[in-house]
Write a protein that binds this ligand. Structure first.
Ligand code: SF4
Length: 353
């Protein structure tokens, strides 16, 4: 197993080497434009992530241990399986207590204020508790592609991403591994981690677990996928509670970190960013999703209206989601968002049929 782990880490390190080159190129290109990357990096050093305070007091480790114990009868997400992951049992998400990571590297395709000029330091966790039929990462989330790694190795990944200049630690599909993440963040903080922690989730999160993450997470990046429980159930493995639970979760995320605001260097280091993927034939209930956001959160809440839906995995088995969206469907989404008064929209213009 150790050999496999070493091989995986070697593979990951080799896979991030090109980004050193990319980073150099990016820095060069920016300096060509007379933009002060150094100045931005100096600004970045001034930032203090919220988890540092909890680390210094010992609270971060305590919270990680509390979450760890809860895997004994796992109730970390709304599935509430009650299995004993500490004894190797697996619930709906297919994760026991062994941490599995599929990949880690700088990501240049996230929202601009978190991608910045050096990329978002993305860590893709294996398995998922939602498992949508149109999942673009189905090999990782449905089929379990990834390698077992230790919590110490997760901490080293975080530090490695910081070392190559990433602007945040972007934890993708983190829910079922929240205990491991807190314990790793505590170890990494002791060794100098200073990047914001970004919790990149489906939005279907339990309120009591989110309260444990209060003061740990700097940026919440939840999806708000559906306004209709029947659609959530049909396309996301029976998760008919998705709309109600996600509304509560997003409200709590906003309470903790507030509206995402650009810093002077053009990055977001704290706040809530909501992603809404517009699905064809109104499967996502876009109008109701936007109406809820506009009526329950500040009008300048950052909302990324995503147009890039492409049928993947099992989506072709369902007629209504077996195509991309039309320009009209996306334009309607923009129109509704504006009608409801949302003023901080991330709007795209590609991928239409
Ligand atoms: S994290 Fe996994 S095992 Fe735990 S409740 Fe959710 S799906 Fe079940």
């Amino acid at each position: 197993m150790e050999g496999t782990r070493r091989g995986f880490l070697r593979y990951c390190l080799l896979s991030i080497l090109p980004y050193f080159i990319h980073t150099d190129r990016a820095v060069f290109a920016l300096s060509e434009k007379n933009r002060s990357v150094k100045g931005k990096e100096d600004k970045a050093k001034e930032f203090e992530p919220s988890y540092l305070k909890l680390h210094r007091s010992g609270e971060l480790k305590k919270r990680g241990e509390r979450l760890w114990e809860s895997m004994g009868s796992c109730n970390l997400c709304p599935r509430g399986c009650g299995v004993n992951r500490l004894k190797g049992e697996k619930g709906f998400c297919n994760a026991n207590s062994q941490l599995m990571v599929s990949a880690f590297h700088p990501h240049f395709g996230e929202e601009k204020p978190i991608t910045g000029w050096n990329g978002s330091g993305t860590i893709f966790f294996t398995h998922c508790n939602l498992r949508c039929v149109y999942c673009i990462n189905w090999e990782i989330n449905h089929e379990g592609r990834g390698e077992v790694v230790t919590i110490e190795q997760l901490a080293e990944m975080m530090l490695g991403l910081q070392k190559i200049g990433c602007h945040n630690i972007n934890l993708v599909t983190p829910t079922h591994y929240s205990p491991h993440i807190l314990l790793a963040a505590d170890m990494a903080a002791a060794k100098g981690l200073r990047l914001p922690l970004l919790y990149n989730s489906s939005g279907w999160e339990k309120l009591d677990v989110l309260k444990i993450l209060d003061g740990v997470v700097d940026i919440y990046l939840p999806d708000f996928k559906y306004s209709n429980g029947k659609m959530a159930s049909k396309y996301s493995s029976g998760a008919d509670t998705y709309p109600g639970i996600t509304k509560i979760a997003i409200s709590e995320m906003h309470r903790q970190v507030g509206v995402a605001r650009l810093e002077k260097d053009g990055l977001i280091k704290k706040g809530l960013i909501i992603r809404h993927l517009v699905l064809p034939n109104n499967v996502s209930g876009t109008r109701e999703v936007l109406h809820w956001i506009a009526n329950n959160l500040p009008k300048d809440t950052y909302v990324n209206l995503m147009s890039q839906y492409t049928p993947q995995y099992k989506a072709f088995q369902y007629h209504e989601i077996s195509r991309k969206i039309t320009r009209k469907e996306y334009n309607d989404a923009i129109k509704w968002a504006r009608e409801f008064g949302l003023i901080n929209l991330d709007i795209q213009g590609y991928y239409f049929i």
